[in-house]
Ligand binder design. Structure first.
Ligand code: ASP
Length: 304
């Protein structure tokens, strides 16, 4: 059996002290869910989806329930998943009324001929595929409603670069796994940025920006200021760096972040693993919720 490994993030940002413990606990639950699958010989895709569903269902994170609310008072979700064995990928963006967008992204990959469906078309596809739909209320939390109300009365927050200046990234979630067959998968899911313009799409559902997987090299998922991540095609850039550095994921994520800062003054975090199950994690935000587990260590590590 090859080395199996799973690495997760639960968002790169300035996580306040009172939210550190809920994040750590959420990461522990999510890694347990994915690891159980890998340990039983399950696929990297199943492990990635299972871990992300746990985080989407946990309102601590900005994905699924508990996501940020956009400027129109609605929750619009982005998610993507990629199969490193086949280069197939699926994604949804600005989709409403879907409880687990990562599952819908996987359906796009497996049950359609497309890679990315957006907005109403994505919700329509969810109905066709009998993917669980929900009301806006099911995705809203009091915490986010309060945050949203506060932003409506704060003109600075509406300014274009307030998100960037305040380093207010969010709890976007992501996972990368390698299974016993050596197949690599990665996925990312988010509610985007607080008070975002309706229809705004970040890096998370864009293959190459937020998510990438290639069995012969490794897989990556990102979190942070999405507009910057898109401009440097962050996930694919880090996979390319991994290849250039002989498969070293730790070097690749460090160098990827340097490029992000140097070229577009970006910030955020990146998780990566290579085909041998080695893990790399880097971030330039004050904190990043993260967890990993691989063959050879006794217990999962969850850190915030
Ligand atoms: N990257 C996400 C976005 O821009 C947000 C985040 O990861 O914090 O939509």
């Amino acid at each position: 059996m090859g080395k199996i490994a799973l690495v997760l993030h639960g968002g790169a940002w300035d996580i306040p002290p009172d939210l550190v413990e809920p994040h750590r606990q959420g990461m522990e639950k999510a890694i347990a869910a994915g690891w159980k699958i890998l340990q039983k010989g399950g696929s990297a895709l199943d492990a990635v989806e299972a871990s992300i569903i746990v985080m989407e269902d946990d309102e601590t994170f900005n994905a699924g329930r508990g996501s940020f609310i956009n400027a129109a008072g609605e929750v619009e979700l982005d998610a993507s998943i990629m199969n490193g064995a086949t280069f197939r990928a699926g994604a949804v963006a600005a989709v409403q009324n879907v409880r687990n967008p990562i599952t819908l992204a996987r359906r796009v990959m497996e049950k359609s001929e497309n890679v990315l469906l957006v907005g109403l078309g994505a919700s329509r596809f969810a109905r066709e595929q009998k993917v669980k739909l929900c009301s806006q209320d099911d995705l809203l939390t009091l915490r986010e409603l309060d945050r949203w109300r506060e932003m409506q009365s704060d003109p600075d927050f509406k300014s274009k670069d307030a998100f960037k200046k305040k380093r207010k990234a969010s709890d976007t979630v992501g996972a990368v796994a390698v299974d016993k067959k050596g197949n690599i998968a990665s996925g990312t899911s988010t509610g985007g940025t607080p008070n975002k313009h309706p229809g705004r799409v970040g890096d998370s559902p864009l293959i190459g920006a937020g998510t990438y997987a290639d069995n012969s090299i490794g897989g990556v998922s990102t979190s942070g200021w999405g507009e910057a991540m898109i401009r440097v095609v962050m996930a694919k850039t880090v996979v390319d760096l991994m290849e250039r550095h002989g498969g070293d994921p730790a070097k690749a994520v460090q160098e990827g972040l340097k490029i992000l800062v140097r070229k577009v003054d970006g910030y955020g975090g990146v998780i990566a693993l290579n085909a041998s199950g080695e893990v790399g994690i880097a971030f330039n935000t004050p904190r990043m919720a993260r967890a990993y587990m691989h063959t050879g260590i006794a217990e999962p590590v969850a850190l915030v």
